[in-house]
Design a protein around this ligand. Structure first.
Ligand code: C5P
Length: 397
């Protein structure tokens, strides 16, 4: 594991964290930032970890022996504790102006942050916006807690989580991270857009949040994941391959190129129809002709195609059903007509807040029956689904 220690009074707590991790057999290699070195010394970190401590991006000996790229890849997990407001801002902006941020930018491994800062810095909209961005990229977080600050008489949110809490999250990560190791997953996400002419297209309201969260949750369990996404405003999750597409036909081609996979989750809101012709030039408004007619043709059904892929059929194919009425009944039917194994059914009727919202209420429809999940965040649904997938693949293999 790679531990990045940035500047903050809580830096001393990472000594206790390293000791616990070592006791558990987890080897820790440290990067100490310049500000971090004001609070804890390289000597104490290397004494506790039993490893040399890295700090300088431009150290010739470090770069020749082990560069920042290798440092960030030769690990299963990167933990930033304490994560100061400054390092969070630099991570969010993609800066690489010291060894810690260069390694964080270069890594293809999951990242866990343990923020620690004064409560006003924590509450500041800039910090909150950075956290939001980092969360969107699949970065995990533990804490902060509420309590007294280092500054006398100040209290609030911003105290770094205790070493025991960070330790627990790391151990849980390693427990989870092996469950889908060696398995390949394909996830579709977002809308597709279907061109009418060079400037106009048909689209839908899918934000891609559910699909992206599922791809990130499967990756967090160790799956080798390909995310095929239509246009969204979301950043690409880290640690997996994202293929960007626009139309349903491009999405199908990208999915077929990703085969064979063990698990396919079709969470994209694929346009059912596309304009029969795509005009080469922008269609002109001609008042004498009235509005042009839009003739539609059916798009390929990606879920049904993957479910019928013959020898390349994934062992587990999961689809979504977005229904506005008779959700359970229609979803049972959909499971059969599409030929998939599971359907996650949700209600997208007006007022349900599903499209673009944070939360979702779903039912899992399998060959055995249906199971209603409570209203939880899309992130929690993704984690619960990944958990169910791991259980099933575990018993199936
Ligand atoms: O048929 P309907 O759009 O309701 O089915 C929804 C499910 O089918 C989703 O899992 C969606 O990703 C998938 N789908 C697809 N290709 C289509 C239409 C839907 O993969 N053309």
């Amino acid at each position: 594991m790679l531990l990045v220690v940035s500047g903050g009074i809580a830096a001393y707590k990472c000594l206790e964290l390293i000791r616990r991790l070592n006791e558990q057999g987890i080897k820790v290699r440290c990067i100490l930032t310049t500000a971090g070195a004001r609070f804890v010394t390289p000597l104490s970190l290397s004494a506790i970890s039993g490893e040399r401590v890295f700090g300088d991006l431009f150290s010739l000996t470090d770069e020749s022996e082990i560069g920042h790229i290798r440092l960030s890849r030769d690990t299963d997990l990167v933990v930033v504790a304490p994560a100061s407001a400054d390092i969070l801002a630099r991570m969010a902006a993609g800066l690489a102006n010291d060894l810690a941020t260069a390694a964080l930018l270069a890594t293809d491994k999951p990242v866990l942050i343990a923020p620690a800062m004064n409560s006003r810095m924590w509450d500041h909209p800039a910090t909150q916006a950075n956290l939001c961005l980092l969360k969107g990229r699949g970065i995990m977080r533990v804490g902060p807690n509420q309590g007294e600050m280092a500054e006398r008489g100040e209290a609030g949110w911003g105290r770094m989580a205790e070493p025991a809490e960070i330790f627990q999250d790391i151990v849980a990560f390693f427990g989870r991270s092996n469950r889908l190791k060696g398995l390949r997953c394909l996830v579709t996400s977002g809308p597709t857009i279907e061109p009418i002419d060079p400037v106009r297209f048909l689209a839908n309201r899918s934000s891609g949040r559910q699909g992206h969260a599922i791809a990130a949750a499967l990756t967090a369990m160790g799956a080798d994941t390909t995310l095929v996404s239509g246009p969204t405003h979301l950043p690409d999750p880290t640690g997996l391959t994202t293929t960007h597409v626009e139309t349903a036909r491009e999405m199908l081609a990208a999915c077929q190129a990703a085969l064979p996979v063990d698990i396919a989750v079709c969470a994209a809101a694929v346009a059912d129809w596309r304009p029969a012709e795509e005009a080469d030039q922008k269609i002109k408004k001609q008042s004498s002709h009235g509005a042009p007619a839009l003739r539609l043709v059916e798009n390929p059904d990606i879920l049904a195609t993957l479910s019928a892929a013959g020898p390349k059929r994934p062992r587990l194919v999961i689809g979504f059903a977005a229904e506005t009425q008779a959700v359970e009944e229609n979803s049972f039917l959909k499971r059969q007509t599409k030929g998939c194994d599971w359907i996650l059914a949700n209600d997208v009727s007006a007022g349900s807040g599903t499209f673009g919202g944070d939360d979702n209420t779903v039912q899992l429809i399998t060959a055995e029956g249906s199971e209603r999940w409570p209203t939880i965040s899309k992130q929690a649904i993704a984690e619960r689904l990944a958990e169910r997938i791991a259980e099933t693949m575990g018993t199936a293999s």
